[in-house]
Ligand binder design. Structure first.
Ligand code: SAH
Length: 254
């Protein structure tokens, strides 16, 4: 028997079946529609093709991409209200922004990242997939050129960028008053929550929910615990935030 090597990926129908099963197992079945599944297969192909040229992600296996990139990103897809504007801070290879864009054509998404290669990739992938609701923006969140975007998004997300205290300072200035930021975290977020309510007061914000969910693979018992921490912006962020990155890092608000 010849064992498949690492570059042997499932063909379109097989990948769509796998993603369909994973979405159903994780109560994400509203997204398990043929047209959507095929778009995700196309995104997996684009991701792997570009990943072979430069490093975008360490996760490339069929189940890894379907579960840890696609399904994980989709756990936040229902959160923005209809027609909302969404900012993804530190979008990297487009997670969670690109999966959300595929299933939410009604919202307009800005995918922000400090690395040009990554925003170029997001722009290219969105174009290839025919996603007209995604704009890739190459800038650092704390950079002065971001000032014009203060208080301008209804909603924000961020996954795997920095500690909660740091990412809140980098993200909340760009949300409208009354808007919400959903931080996608792993199970060990407890230590990041120490001092959060005091720190968030300085940013005129507060935690409104802390949802634990379990991301289940297609087969077997393995599971990844996830947390979505939602933060509401109560009033305008003081102009002093975000501070320079070195300051945020040296003395985070919490
Ligand atoms: N959200 C993606 C990528 C995580 S890696 C995912 O979950 O897969 C973190 C990304 O955040 C990197 O691409 C890095 O370039 C970006 N990043 C880190 N600090 C940033 C900042 N201050 N402003 C903008 N992007 C930042």
């Amino acid at each position: 028997m010849i064992l498949p090597d690492k570059t042997d990926f499932l063909p379109e129908d097989g990948f769509c079946e796998l993603l369909d099963a994973i979405l159903r197992k994780n109560q994400l079945q509203i997204y398990a529609k043929d047209e959507i599944l095929r778009k995700f297969y196309a995104l997996a192909c684009i991701l792997r093709e570009e990943n072979a040229k430069y490093n975008l992600t360490a996760i490339t296996s069929d189940e890894g991409v379907a579960l840890l990139h696609f399904a994980d990103s989709l756990t936040a897809a229902h959160l923005p209200t209809h027609g909302a504007s969404l900012l993804d801070v530190g979008a990297g290879a487009g997670f969670p922004s690109l999966p959300i864009a595929i299933v939410r054509p009604d919202i307009s998404i800005t995918a922000l990242d400090a690395t040009k290669k990554k925003t170029d990739y997001i722009g290219m992938a969105a174009k290839k997939l025919g996603l007209t609701n995604v704009t890739a923006l190459n800038a650092r969140a704390e950079a002065p050129e971001m000032q014009s975007l203060r208080e301008s998004f209804d909603f924000a997300v961020a996954r795997a960028v920095s500690s909660l205290g740091m990412i809140c300072e980098l993200t909340l200035p760009y949300i409208k008053v009354g808007g919400c930021f959903a931080a996608l975290k792993g199970e060990n977020a407890d230590s990041e929550l120490i001092g959060a309510s005091q720190g968030l007061k300085k940013l005129s914000a507060r935690i409104i929910s802390d949802e634990k969910l379990v991301l289940k693979p297609k087969d077997g018992d393995g599971a990844n615990t996830r947390r979505i921490i939602s933060i509401e912006k109560l009033a305008k962020t003081p102009d002093t935030y975000p501070r320079a990155y070195a300051k945020i890092k040296k003395s985070p608000l919490f």
